[in-house]
Design a protein. Structure first.
Length: 208
């Protein structure tokens, strides 16, 4: 009977063993929670990166489409100029879309503008201001202009003069921005587009 009682006493766990097991289990659970939290944070950062990159691409594509149609001038009116203002931070486009020989400010004028103070990039058309990108840090936003020979035209702060605006045959738009995620990480997005003003070549062939 003494042997039976000794085996029964040895079959349980001591208080120290229970405390050690509990502590190890807590460490294991804490590690799992930390790993899960890190994975969720990484997924959020990746989602922010993807959204930002897609937004930048969309802006570049929209810019390209509208620059490509700039200078539409079916009547060969002398009052229609494809580019009315051109600098590294702002571009004003004109297109005679209704073919009446003049430009209607509310429907046929498009302005792209980068505001370095607020860090926003805006599109102004039809009397409406649309913020395309905001809450970002701009590493670079440059609109560059090239003539028919591919030579870059000097666009100072006040923009190209009238003679150089008439020489523009190609416009390049480059975006390089950063954004801080809710987790404090920095994500970056880049995009660019290189657009030929097709209406300039049409006007030449039509003899305008």
């Amino acid at each position: 009977m003494n042997a039976i009682r000794r085996r029964g006493a040895q079959s349980g766990f001591t208080l120290i063993e229970i405390l050690v097991s509990t502590l190890l289990g807590s460490f294991f659970l804490a590690g799992l929670m930390s790993m899960a939290t890190h994975q969720v944070s990484s997924a959020r950062d990746q989602s922010t990166q993807i959204d930002l990159q897609q937004a930048v691409r969309n802006v570049a594509e929209l810019f390209g489409r509208e620059v490509r149609r700039a200078g539409a001038n079916p009547t060969c009116s002398a009052d229609v100029k494809a580019i009315q203002f051109a600098s590294h931070w702002m571009l004003r486009l004109h297109s005679d879309l209704d073919a009446n020989g003049s430009i209607q400010s509310q429907t046929e004028v498009i302005i792209y503008q980068h505001d370095p103070v607020t860090g926003t990039f805006r599109r102004i058309a039809g009397g409406e201001i649309e913020t395309l990108l905001d809450n970002v840090v701009w590493g670079q936003v440059v609109i560059s202009y090239f003539d028919a020979n591919g030579v870059e035209l000097p666009a100072e702060f006040y923009g190209l003069d009238s003679a150089n605006r008439d020489k523009v045959r190609r416009v390049r738009f480059a975006i390089d921005i950063e954004q801080r995620t809710p987790n404090g990480e920095i994500v970056r997005a880049q995009s660019s587009t290189d657009v030929t003003l097709r209406n300039r070549f049409f006007i030449q062939s039509a003899g305008c």
